[in-house]
Design a protein around this ligand. Structure first.
Ligand SMILES: Cc1cc2nc3c(=O)[nH]c(=O)nc-3n(C[C@H](O)[C@H](O)[C@H](O)COP(=O)(O)OP(=O)(O)OC[C@H]3O[C@@H](n4cnc5c(N)ncnc54)[C@H](O)[C@@H]3O)c2cc1C
Length: 443
């Protein structure tokens, strides 16, 4: 990891902690409301911290490149998921402490008779529970991803708006200019963020459109979508990164999907994405016609050889369509004339479904490439590796590292494959920092 990323990463964590704890500090400044016992103060303080965390959730998913650069998009999304449970606990602690130490406050749960401040607070908590429940159980509840995403945004906005209404109507903690200034700043920042994400960002994308150049069938039920920029130079990216693609829709419509670049990073344009048919959106790729508008929001991600320039050699472990970021890295290395040794362990169901089979073979002439295919269901005359990428397979093909960081390993494929390979590498004694995974399943 680059030194600047370590510094940036530490700085963001520090700023996050300051922003989350600021309401507590400001709470202590000035006059504390009279006749309010410790438990009531504590409950309010926890509620404030939880609310600040919830408001900051919008920053985490706003796709700011400067925020994601030190960690990578998947880590930021993972943090977003996990920290929502902490925020929920803090927010629930607020009413629960009140109910325990002032049982008469239980009456506030009756939405018919309760004052508006309690109605706003109780409704915010109910919606927050629905928001988190739908996210945790989206797949078992069979909630379609795009619908879930739209409702996730609506519910999150309502939760914050209602919680702020609760704070304003409760008034106890807006009794000094300091406290008012803090909450006005938070409110303005939050509204500004919404305007940026929902209005400014789509406008910026509209001004840098792409159009379909070609759609080419690949092996393994996949299609390579090539797009060229219209009226601008294209996009600079690191090989292995990804972008959010919108097709057949406007950038305002919340209908984008993430795909890794499969083309070489040596060229700003055209850009190619190789997409496997999986669901409603990916099934439409083959129907796209040359000239149709495409919007590309990126680049994102930290899964790239360019973040490990010191490496003496690379190992890529790919499964199925997980080859796409690797393909971008291999094509880029070939274009750059990079002759560092590369091992590619590529797992597929059978020989016919090996995406880029012919090109990978041809790349051996341009790269110092050791290509190992692993087939789950090989034909009877196959004499290569069979089954899955196990510890034994890795043991046979992994190069020996002269020191930590000399061999950098990149893994991308189905979730169970990534988990199994990470475990096997750990058992083989590969240092944690020497392998990097890209998960196609962000949510
Ligand atoms: C960083 C990253 C890189 C990816 N690169 C590639 C690639 O190069 N080639 C490729 O074929 N696939 C890639 N994917 C996976 C691809 O985004 C999904 O397969 C695609 O979005 C599925 O959409 P669908 O409507 O066809 O399928 P659905 O059946 O609707 O969705 C299947 C699953 O894909 C995920 N998904 C769906 N829509 C989205 C969305 N808008 N945002 C995030 N996740 C979503 C959800 O987990 C969902 O359950 C990548 C995913 C990520 C996160």
């Amino acid at each position: 990891m680059k030194k600047t990323h370590v510094i940036q990463g530490t700085l963001w964590v520090f700023i996050y902690l300051v922003l989350v704890s600021a309401p507590l500090v400001v709470l202590l400044i000035g006059r504390v409301p009279e006749g309010r016992e410790f438990w009531r103060e504590l409950s309010v303080a926890l509620g404030f911290a939880g609310l600040a965390m919830m408001a900051l959730q919008f920053v985490l998913t706003a796709r700011f490149k400067w925020l994601k650069a030190p960690y990578g998009a998947d880590i930021v999304y993972h943090f977003h998921r996990q920290i929502s449970f902490v925020a929920l606990l803090l927010i629930l602690a607020h009413p629960l402490l009140l109910f325990v130490f002032s049982p008469q406050t239980l009456a506030l749960l009756n939405l018919f008779s309760a004052p508006w401040r309690a109605r706003a607070g109780v409704t915010a908590v109910i919606l927050l529970l629905a928001l988190i429940g739908a996210s945790v159980w989206r797949k078992p509840l069979k909630i379609e991803y795009t619908n879930w995403r739209i409702w996730h945004g609506i519910l999150a906005t309502l939760v914050i708006a209602l919680a702020i209404t609760h704070v304003v109507l409760a008034r106890h903690y807006l009794n000094t200019p300091w406290k008012q200034a803090l909450w006005v700043t938070y409110g303005v920042f939050w509204v500004g963020l919404l305007i940026y994400v929902r209005i400014l960002k789509p406008i910026l994308l509209l001004r840098r459109p792409y159009e379909v150049e070609s759609v080419t069938p690949e092996r393994g039920n996949a299609w390579s979508l090539t797009v060229r920029p219209v009226g601008h130079a294209g996009m600079k990216f690191m090989p292995g990164q990804f972008a959010w693609i919108t097709v057949l829709s406007s950038p305002f419509a919340e209908a984008e999907h993430p795909f890794s670049f499969s083309s070489s990073a040596s060229q700003l344009a055209p850009l190619t994405f190789t997409i496997k048919e999986l669901g409603d959106f990916t099934r439409q790729i083959k129907t796209l016609q040359p000239g149709q508008k495409v919007y590309v929001d990126g680049p994102f991600g930290h899964f790239s050889i360019d973040r490990h320039t010191h490496a003496e050699q690379f190992v890529f472990i790919a499964g199925g369509v997980g080859i796409t970021p690797t393909m971008s890295m291999l094509r880029t290395m070939a274009d750059r004339g990079d002759r560092r040794p590369v091992t590619l362990l590529y797992a597929n169901k059978d020989w016919d479904s090996v995406i880029f089979r012919e090109e990978l073979d041809a790349l051996k002439d341009r790269l110092n490439l050791n290509l190992v295919h692993v087939l789950e269901k090989p034909s009877t005359d196959w004499n290569g590796e069979t089954g899955f990428v196990t510890r034994a397979v890795l043991g046979r093909h992994l190069p020996k590292a002269s020191q930590p960081n000399s061999v950098e390993i990149f893994i991308c494929g189905p979730q169970p494959m990534i988990n199994a390979v990470e475990n096997a590498l750990t058992q083989l004694g590969v240092p944690f920092g020497d392998f990097h995974s890209e998960r196609f399943d962000l949510v």
